[in-house]
Design a binder for this molecule. Structure first.
Ligand SMILES: Cc1ncc(COP(=O)(O)O)c(C=O)c1O
Length: 425
């Protein structure tokens, strides 16, 4: 049994996530509040103890570890020769955008989606074109007509697919992936499949690598993977670019070299190999823990804030919560919650216009910390509702009874509210 319950003090450790004011609780950036797998800690410690941190090359064991992991865990036969090291998924995406699109060309993404895609596209002087996922019956689905039209635009030469999708947590089905692959290939649009979240599926759920679907997908795909998300080592900066198509692979490699993204730091390789060859048991226990945390959040909201709806997800530790019963845009509300309670969560607008009424909450933390976050969330929303009611009463006193009824609805509970608890951090 691995320990995911111990509360780590990450303040004052140069943690980007925890670079917050005293008393604040960050549940934003995708970084987990757990120590990584002991096998990775051993590998990094051994390297640290050597005292030698020179320029580092990438041994064949790196690609072999990745190929073996994807074959065993995800039934995709990867030839180690298809694998190249890259400093990170985001820098690799930026580099590939510059290589596979013309300046001022279009890059297609499906929103709501990981916000850094927009930065990579804009900072490279390209235009982000969005195929907005359709939110219907509490789930997101693809608008195929729109996707086809946007892929057919001659200015679009690249499609960044997020599989599984961050922030909706969707694991794309074989049918969806095959259809997306066919449409992209038919329109000569190269697909970058960002599969960084693929090892964080709900226990029992398998993701399907885009490039493993069929020849059409394989020939047209550049897949980006990494041990950093699943094993919580993003500060070690290591990822891999996989392409079976020789031409795409050659261009991708040249791109990584041109942008100096092909040399690892002294710890990256040892950590990645330890992750993919020795840390599967740790990962499987982590997935169970995350699943329980997601259930903890869902149960808490059902009892205490039933007007919030958790979009069903099969992957990631980043529940995507529908706040539309309270606000149309969560930007101001999340700022308010932070000011009132210290809870720092991501407003959905970051991920595209159709994410505005949502909030992304990072639940990859000890269960007790999550509980603290949930109490803060309830406190913040209660205060927001109370303030809204006050403003309404001041503005239109005759509406007071209607306002009270609305607040009663908002605070209504299934099975009774949880007892109010003090913050633990
Ligand atoms: C979809 C997606 N891609 C890439 C990254 C970051 O990758 P890297 O740290 O390797 O640049 C994240 C981080 O959350 C992500 O969610």
């Amino acid at each position: 049994m691995y320990d995911f319950d111990t509360i780590l003090n990450r303040r004052g450790t140069n943690s980007e996530k925890w670079n917050v004011a005293p008393g604040e609780l960050p549940m934003w950036v995708a970084d987990m509040d757990f120590r990584t797998a002991p096998e990775i800690i051993d590998a990094v410690t051994r390297k640290a103890d050597s005292g030698v941190y020179g320029y580092t090359s990438v041994p064949p064991e790196f690609a072999k570890a990745i190929a073996s992991w994807w074959y065993k865990r995800h039934a995709w036969e990867v030839d180690p020769a298809w694998v190249s090291y890259a400093l990170g998924v985001v820098p690799a995406i930026s580099s590939l955008i510059r290589t596979f699109t013309k300046s001022s060309g279009n890059v297609l993404v499906q929103t709501p989606v990981y916000n850094m895609f927009f930065n990579c596209i804009r900072n490279s002087g390209r235009k982000a074109v969005t195929n907005d996922l359709v939110y219907e019956n509490g789930e997101f689905r693809i608008d195929w007509e729109d996707l086809e039209a946007k892929l057919a635009d001659p200015k679009t030469s690249l499609f960044i697919l997020c599989n599984p999708q961050n922030p909706t947590g969707q694991v794309w089905s074989r049918e969806d992936l095959a259809r997306m692959g066919q449409l992209a290939a038919a329109n000569d649009v190269v697909v970058i499949a960002d599969e960084i979240h693929c090892d964080l599926t709900t226990p029992g759920i398998r993701y399907i690598p885009f490039a493993s679907i069929d020849e059409t997908c394989a020939n047209n795909a550049i897949t980006l993977v990494s041990p950093t998300k699943a094993f919580n080592i993003p500060g070690l900066q290591t990822s891999a670019v996989i392409a079976s198509n020789e031409d795409l692979r050659g261009q991708a490699r040249q791109s990584l070299r041109r942008d100096d993204l092909n040399e690892p730091n002294a710890f990256a390789i040892e950590a990645a190999i330890a992750a993919f060859t020795k840390s599967q048991r740790w990962l499987d226990e982590l997935r169970v823990y995350i699943h329980r945390n997601k259930e903890q959040l869902t149960d808490f909201l059902a009892r205490n804030l039933p007007q919030l709806y958790v979009v069903p997800s099969q992957a990631t530790y980043l529940p995507w919560v529908d706040f539309s019963a309270i606000v149309d845009d969560t930007t101001e509300l999340t700022e308010f919650i932070r000011k009132e309670t210290g809870l720092f969560i991501n407003p959905g607008a970051l991920y595209g216009d159709n994410g505005k009424a949502f909030v992304r909450i990072n639940v990859a933390c000890p269960s007790a910390v999550l509980q603290d976050g949930l109490y803060r969330l309830r406190t913040g929303i209660d205060a927001w509702v109370a303030r809204a009611e006050e403003t309404k009463r001041e503005g239109a006193p005759e509406d007071a009874s209607e306002g009270q009824a609305q607040q009663d609805t908002l605070l209504s509970v299934r099975g009774g509210r949880d007892e109010r608890k003090p913050h633990i951090l």
